[in-house]
Design a protein around this ligand. Structure first.
Ligand SMILES: *Cc1c(COP(=O)(O)O)cnc(C)c1O
Length: 360
C-alpha cells in the first residue's frame, strides 16, 4: 500500500521530507559512524542538535529572550500537574476556562493541588463555543489562568488571546502549536505535547517566562521542576533524544515552508475547503459555533448516524484514514495539522461531496 492521507488526531501525520531524513540518519548520523539512536545525551553532538532545535523553535515562535524553552517528559498530561506544582507559589487558587474535554481533564488534575475557579464554561452550550471574555469571572488572587487553546475532541479553538492583567496566562497549545503566529509575550507559560502538530509522541514542549521559575512546591519531582530543567538545558536526566531530534527536523521543515505565518495561510485554506463542504450539505452537521471552529480538528456528524460506519470504510478504501471522532463524542473528526497537505483535504472534500450525493 502507498502512503495514505492520515487524519488522525495524534500521533498524527508527519511531513514526508522529515520521514526520509530520519530514514537516512538512522544508520549513520552525519558521518559519526553512530546512529542518532546511539548518541549519548551528554555528548557534544547531541547537545548541538538540541541547541539547534531550541534556537529554531525560538525563531518560529518569535519568543523573547526572557522565555525559556524546555523539552520535557510526560506529554501534556504531565503538564496538567507540573503547571500547578510550579506556578501556584503558595497561592492555592487558579482560574481555569472550561472549554471541552481537555480543559476538563486539566481542571481535574489541578483540583488535586489547588482550589480551581472555573472562570468561564462552555458546558451549557455542549462545548460548541468558547465563552467570550465578557462572560469570564476571573479571580484577581489566582496564581494563573489556564486555557486550552484548541479543544482537540470538541473542535473549538480560541481565535483571541484573553486579557488576564497581572495573572499569568497559561495555554495548553498541544493541538494548535505552531499553526499560527502567537504573541508569546502575552503568555506566562505555553505547553504542548509533540505528537499532534510537531512530531513523535513522548515529548512535551514548555515555553515559560523566566520570572515564573524557581517557586515550585518542595515536593515537585525534580524532573518536573521547570527551574531545574531550565538550569540544565532540559538535560537534567536523559531526555527523549530521538523525539527531540525529530522535532528539530520538523522545525527546520517549518522554517523552510515559511514559518508559522505560512502555516496559518495553509490551515485557513484547508479548513475553509472542508467547512465549505460541510456548510453546503445539510447531510453533514457541525456542532461548533462558526466563530469558534477549530482550524486543526474539524468535528462533525452525519445527519444520519447510521451511515457513519459506511462513511469511514468507504473513506479508508480511498486512502483517507483515521477519521473516526473521539470515543466520547463519536461522529467524524478531521485533523488538519501542519503536515497534512492540501491535496489530502481536497481528496477528502471530493469524497465527502460524492458521499453526500450518493446517500443524501
Ligand atoms: C492530546 C492532548 C492532550 C494530552 O496529551 P498527552 O501527550 O497524551 O498527555 C492534552 N491537551 C490537548 C489539547 C490535547 O490535544
Amino acid at each position: 500500500m502507498g502512503r495514505v492521507f492520515n487524519f488522525a488526531a495524534g500521533p498524527a501525520t508527519m511531513p514526508e521530507p522529515v520521514l526520509s531524513r530520519i530514514r537516512d540518519d538512522i544508520p549513520d548520523w552525519r558521518g559519526t559512524g553512530m546512529s542518532i539512536l546511539e548518541l549519548p545525551f551528554t555528548g557534544r553532538e547531541f547537545r548541538e542538535l538540541a541547541e539547534k532545535a531550541e534556537a529554531d523553535l525560538r525563531r518560529l515562535l518569535g519568543a523573547p529572550a526572557n522565555y525559556k524553552i524546555l523539552f520535557l517528559h510526560g506529554g501534556a498530561r504531565a503538564q496538567f500537574a507540573t503547571v500547578p506544582l510550579n506556578l501556584l507559589a503558595g497561592r492555592g487558587r487558579a482560574d481555569y476556562v472550561e472549554t471541552g474535554y481537555w480543559a476538563r481533564r486539566a481542571i481535574g488534575e489541578a483540583e488535586r493541588y489547588c482550589q480551581v475557579n472555573v472562570a468561564a464554561s462552555g458546558a451549557a452550550s455542549g462545548f460548541s463555543r468558547i465563552p467570550p471574555q465578557s462572560e469570564w469571572q476571573l479571580d484577581p488572587g489566582a496564581a494563573y489562568c489556564h486555557i486550552t487553546a484548541n479543544e482537540t475532541v470538541d473542535g473549538v479553538e480560541f481565535h483571541f488571546v484573553p486579557e488576564t492583567g497581572n495573572v499569568p496566562l497559561v495555554a495548553d497549545m498541544t493541538s494548535n502549536f505552531l499553526s499560527r503566529p502567537v504573541d508569546v509575550s502575552r503568555f506566562g507559560l505555553i505547553f504542548a505535547s509533540a505528537q499532534k502538530n510537531i512530531g513523535p509522541a513522548g515529548l512535551a514542549i514548555v515555553v515559560v517566562r523566566e520570572d515564573l521559575l524557581g517557586k515550585a512546591h518542595p515536593l515537585t519531582p525534580t524532573v518536573f521542576d521547570l527551574k531545574a530543567q531550565a538550569d540544565n538545558g532540559s538535560l537534567y536526566n536523559t531526555p527523549n533524544t530521538f523525539a527531540i531530534y525529530v522535532a528539530g527536523l520538523v522545525f527546520e521543515w517549518l522554517l523552510g515552508q515559511g514559518g508559522v505565518a505560512a502555516m496559518e495561510r495553509a490551515s485557513l485554506r484547508k479548513s475553509s475547503r472542508l467547512y465549505g463542504v460541510i456548510d453546503a450539505h445539510p447531510f453533514y452537521r457541525v456542532k461548533a459555533a462558526p466563530e469558534c471552529r477549530s482550524r486543526m480538528n474539524a468535528c462533525f456528524a452525519l445527519a444520519d448516524p447510521a451511515l457513519e460506519t459506511r462513511f469511514l470504510s468507504e473513506a479508508a478504501a480511498h486512502g483517507l484514514v483515521n477519521l473516526a471522532g473521539h470515543r466520547t463524542t463519536g461522529g467524524i473528526r478531521v485533523s488538519l495539522y501542519n503536515a497534512m497537505p492540501h491535496a489530502g483535504v481536497e481528496a477528502l472534500a471530493q469524497f465527502m461531496e460524492d458521499f453526500a450525493y450518493r446517500h443524501g
